[in-house]
Design a protein around this ligand. Structure first.
Ligand SMILES: *Cc1c(COP(=O)(O)O)cnc(C)c1O
Length: 437
C-alpha cells in the first residue's frame, strides 16, 4: 500500500476552503474513489507526491508537458524574463509579436492570432467572434467533446434534448442552452440534419478533430472533410478546438495530419509550456472583426504577459527546432504494442486508441468511435485499473474518459515499467491467467 498520510491530511484541510478540495474537478478522485494525491514536485517524466512517492506521469498537467516537467529550455526562458524583463505590463511587448508570428507560421490557418490565458477563454471568444461575424446565434458541437467551461459548451446531448438543448450544469440558462445543438461525432448525417432544421441560423461548428475528452477518439478523415465542405456551402465558421491536439499530435496540430483547414482554431495547453496561455485565431477577414481592429469585444488584463509568453515561446521553438514527433511516435508505438501484447496474453479484447503521444485504453470491447461507444466502457473496472497502476508507480488520469499523455522524457525504462505494470494490473483486476508465457 502507498503511504498517503500527507496527501490525506492536505485533502482534509483543502476540503474546508476549496470546493471538493481541488481547483479543477478532474483532479479529484471522484470517479475512481480514494484520496487525490497532492504533488510536491515534477521532474522530467516523474511526479513526486507529498509523501515522497514517485510516479511516472501520464497526465503531463493534462496536456502541456510534451517536454516533461521543468525542461531546461523553458525554465531558462522563464528565469530570464523574471529577472530581466518583468511579469506583466498591460502594454504590448515584442515577445507577443514574436509569439503570434511563430504560432501563425506553425499553423498557417491562423492568419491572425489573439492571446488569452486559458483554453476556455479561447473557445468562448472564438464562438463570440463567429457569431458576430456571421450575425447568427446557434452553434453545433459534438456529444462527448469538451471545449472548456463556458456556458455555451456545458450542454449534454441527451436524446430528447438533442435539438432543444438541456443544461448539463445548473447555472446555464435555458436561453444559452437553446443556442447549442449537439451532433454525433463521426456522423455527418447528424450534422446535416441540424443544419437543415436550423436554416441560416448556425454561426459555427466547433469540434475536437481528435476527441481527447471522451478518451481518445480520432475523427475519420472523410468526416472532417465533409464538415469542411458543409461549412463552406452554408457559410458556417468551422472551428477546430486544438487546445489539446495543437503541437501534441504534430507541430501543425490535427489539421496538418488530416489536411483539413478550419476557419478558426483554438489552442492552449502545450502553447503555454505549463503557464496559463490560450489563443484563438483564423482567417484574416474573421479576426479583423476583433476589437480594437473591429467591433467584436474581447479583452484580458494578463493576456500576452511576458512570463507566460516566454514559457510558450521556449516550448514551441524547442518543438520546431528539435522535431521530437518521430521519436514520440516511436515511443507511442512501443507503448501501444506492449499494451496490445498484454491484452493478447490475457485474452482481453479491450479497445485501445492512440494518435502520437496521446493514448487511451477503454474498458470496453466495442470499437470506440463516438460518445455512445466510449461510454460503453466499464468505469468500475477503470477505477480498479487506475488504483492498480497507481500502486505500481504509474500516474494515470483518475477517469476513464481522458487521454494518457507522455513526453520526450519518457524513456525505454519508463515505458517498459509501464507496460509491465499494465500487464500486472490487468491480470489482477480481470483475474486472468496468461494464455502464453
Ligand atoms: C483542456 C481543453 C479546453 C479547456 O482549456 P482550459 O485551459 O482548461 O480552460 C478546451 N478544449 C479542449 C479540447 C481541451 O482539451
Amino acid at each position: 500500500m502507498l503511504n498517503q498520510t500527507k496527501s490525506r491530511a492536505l485533502f482534509e484541510r483543502a476540503k474546508q476552503v476549496i470546493p471538493g478540495g481541488v481547483n479543477s474537478p478532474v483532479r479529484a478522485f471522484k470517479s475512481v474513489g480514494g484520496t487525490p494525491v497532492f504533488m510536491q514536485k515534477g521532474d522530467g517524466a516523474y511526479l513526486i507526491d507529498a509523501d515522497g512517492n514517485r510516479y511516472i506521469d501520464y497526465i503531463g498537467s493534462w496536456g502541456p508537458f510534451i517536454l516533461g516537467h521543468n525542461h531546461p529550455a523553458v525554465v531558462e526562458a522563464i528565469e530570464h524574463t523574471l529577472h530581466h524583463i518583468g511579469t506583466s505590463f498591460g502594454a504590448p511587448t515584442e515577445l507577443e509579436v514574436e509569439f503570434a508570428e511563430l504560432i501563425s507560421s506553425l499553423m498557417p490557418s491562423m492568419q491572425m492570432v489573439r492571446l488569452v490565458s486559458s483554453g476556455t477563454e479561447a473557445t468562448m471568444s472564438a464562438i463570440r467572434v463567429a457569431r458576430g461575424f456571421t450575425g447568427r446565434e446557434k452553434i453545433i458541437k459534438f456529444e462527448g467533446c469538451y471545449h472548456g467551461h463556458g456556458d455555451s459548451f456545458l450542454i449534454k446531448a441527451g436524446s430528447g434534448a438533442l435539438t432543444l438543448g438541456a443544461p448539463d450544469s445548473p447555472g446555464v440558462t435555458k436561453g444559452t442552452a437553446q443556442d447549442t445543438l449537439n451532433a454525433t461525432f463521426n456522423d455527418i448525417e447528424s450534422v446535416r440534419k441540424l443544419v437543415r432544421e436550423n436554416p441560416d441560423q448556425i454561426a459555427a461548428i466547433i469540434i475536437e478533430p481528435i476527441g481527447g475528452n471522451m478518451g481518445v477518439v480520432p475523427a475519420r478523415q472523410d468526416f472532417l472533410q465533409d464538415l469542411r465542405d458543409l461549412c463552406t456551402t452554408e457559410n458556417i465558421v468551422l472551428i477546430f478546438d486544438e487546445v489539446m491536439t495543437g503541437f501534441r499530435v504534430a507541430l501543425g496540430g490535427a489539421q496538418s495530419l488530416y489536411g483539413v483547414t478550419p476557419d478558426m482554431t483554438t489552442i492552449g495547453k502545450i502553447l503555454g509550456g505549463g503557464l496559463p496561455v490560450g489563443a484563438y485565431g483564423g482567417r484574416k477577414d474573421i479576426m479583423s472583426r476583433v476589437a480594437p481592429a473591429g467591433d467584436i469585444y474581447q479583452a484580458g488584463t494578463l493576456s500576452g504577459n511576458p512570463l507566460a509568453v516566454s514559457a510558450g515561446l521556449a516550448t514551441l521553438k524547442f518543438l520546431r527546432d528539435h522535431n521530437p514527433y518521430p521519436d514520440l511516435e516511436a515511443k507511442g508505438k512501443m507503448l501501444e504494442e506492449g499494451f496490445r501484447e498484454n491484452l493478447n496474453k490475457l485474452d482481453l479484447n479491450l479497445c485501445l486508441k492512440r494518435v502520437g503521444s496521446m493514448m487511451c485504453l477503454f474498458m470496453t470491447e466495442q470499437d470506440v468511435v463516438d460518445f455512445k461507444t466510449a461510454t460503453s466502457s466499464d468505469t468500475k473496472k477503470y477505477a480498479a485499473y487506475f488504483h492498480a497502476m497507481l500502486e505500481r508507480g504509474i500516474y494515470l488520469a483518475p477517469a476513464q474518459y481522458e487521454a494518457m499523455f507522455f513526453s520526450i522524457k519518457h524513456g525505454d525504462a519508463e515505458l517498459e515499467k509501464t507496460i509491465q505494470a499494465n500487464y500486472d494490473a490487468l491480470q489482477a483486476i480481470y483475474q486472468r491467467a496468461a494464455l502464453t508465457s
